[in-house]
Ligand binder design. Structure first.
Ligand code: G3P
Length: 219
């Protein structure tokens, strides 16, 4: 599996990469907005520098094909062609996914709420596809079943697409997505902190630490 951080905060990313097995960083304009002020491409370059060999996923914000391709060109020029372009699975987006792939770029198909969007992204050649798990659940869409079925389709027909489950508001959603068959998850640093901080665990660790001191005293 792969594990990514859904953040544009340099301190959070540095911390996450230092402590956890991080394979990539995902952003979108709303995530970036939380860290203003900055120059857009300077911030993205700083994130890319932190990523090193990890994958970096940057969202295209245009809603039409021409606008998406203009943004893609700008990102390739500023950040390099190894960046994964997050492209929403709309009609215009599917056309852009095909075009980016035909030009040798990488695609993370995003804003996926429905199975057919996932199917279309897979067949259009997306490298990753990002179902928005919490947003789906908020709208009574069963993301677990959808991930299971998309994973079955990928495996059955031998597609290379990977499911990058996104939009999590609790840890249970993350584990459910992974066990349903997501190849990859991206989570916000705050949720990661919640996932790794438990009174049960810290009490156990503190008790062992206390007893170790006693044991080392030998009496
Ligand atoms: O990567 C972006 C996606 O995770 C959306 O997340 O938290 O805005 O639903 P959220």
């Amino acid at each position: 599996m792969e594990f990514m951080l859904d953040s544009a905060n340099l301190k959070d990313l540095e911390h996450g990469m230092k402590y956890y097995p991080v394979d990539g960083v995902t952003t979108n304009p709303s995530i970036l907005k939380a860290d203003l002020p900055f120059d857009y491409f300077e911030q993205l370059k700083a994130i890319k520098a932190l990523c090193g060999a990890r994958t970096m996923h940057v969202q295209l914000a245009a809603e039409d094909f021409d606008g998406m391709m203009a943004e893609a060109e700008e990102i390739w020029q500023q950040l390099g062609k190894d960046v994964y372009l997050k492209i929403p699975v709309t009609e215009e987006g599917v056309r852009a996914i095909k075009e980016v792939k035909s030009r040798g770029g990488y695609v993370t198909a995003t804003a996926i709420y429905y199975p057919f969007q996932g199917i279309m992204a897979i067949h259009a050649g997306a490298d990753y596809l990002a179902p928005y798990c919490n947003r789906m659940e908020n709208n009574d869409i069963d993301f677990v079943t959808i991930i299971e079925q998309l994973r079955d389709l990928i495996d059955r027909d031998g597609y290379k697409a990977k499911i990058l489950a996104a939009s999590f508001k609790n840890v249970r959603q993350v584990t459910a997505a992974i066990y349903a068959g997501a190849h990859c998850v991206t989570i916000q640093p705050a949720l990661l902190k919640t996932a790794m901080h438990s009174a049960l665990v810290s009490d156990a660790v503190a008790a062992f630490s206390k007893d170790y001191k006693t044991v080392r005293q030998g009496k």
